[in-house]
Design a protein around this ligand. Sequence first.
Ligand code: MTE
Length: 294
Amino acid sequence: MSDLKITPKSIYLKRRSFIKNSFLGISSLSLSKFAQFSSFASQNDKPTSYEAITSYNNFYEFGTSKSDPKKNAFRLTTHPWSVEVGGLCRSPKTLDMDDIFKLNKIEERVYRFRCVEGWSMVIPWTGFSLRDFLLHFEPDDNARYVKFETLYRPEEMIGQKSNILDWPYVEGLRMDEAMHPLSFLSTGIYGESLLNQNGAPLRLVTPWKYGFKSIKSIVKISFERDMPLTSWVKSNPKEYGFYSNVNPDVDHPRWSQKTERRIGEWLRRKTLMYNGYGEEVNDLYKNMDLKKWF
Ligand code: MTE
């Protein structure tokens, strides 16, 4: 982490107002067009405050209420930290965070973030492309899915002493989803290193999917032939699906998905298909029945 150059918050904010004036539309997606700083939100999406992003959290390893992660996550030791990458690939490796930073160019991306519970934020992430990261390990042709796992350390993660989920937290993506240019591994927010409550030191971000897909504090990534059984699907397959793409037309049994509460705003907003990233991700799902494959 030592040699990482991240933009101080003040410069970041100045740069952001410049970007706001010369808005990079979300339709400009292509690998070559990703600059060091890219906004994949619109002018109508003001970034949520750092305070809200770091104090209103879901991280069940630290408790189930929104304020628990901030209160309890200080117990998690994130130095040293290593991530094991393996499974169906030609160059499996275990890397520490310094190796990971050396391997990847850090960039900043502003994405909308939508939780299945019906709230949303706009988050300026720093990190790097998941695709670029995964290619270092040379996945085999028969790798069809990528599985991610969070740390299991109940002595530091007090929520893991309860059986609310089957620990460790597991998430997954289909290979083409993982290789999509929007898929991102984050190491920071607002140019600051990720705080523990947000999933330090490394978490996934897939902005067209509900927030629970964005697994935190990752220690293991593996290329798989079969669809991984993810934590929420395992705990309640009637309520949660593997894909979990944001879809205002498919309600969760307990929450309508038609609208959302943007944290920091009073009026609810209409939820957008794929959280507004349809132009970019439509093709991934063109032959699927989105009501069946939720
Ligand atoms: N990752 C782990 N390991 N454990 C969790 O409980 N919660 C998920 C996701 N990643 C979770 C997790 C859910 S439900 C959401 S909405 C987002 O993290 C919340 O991210 P945030 O707290 O940074 O907003």
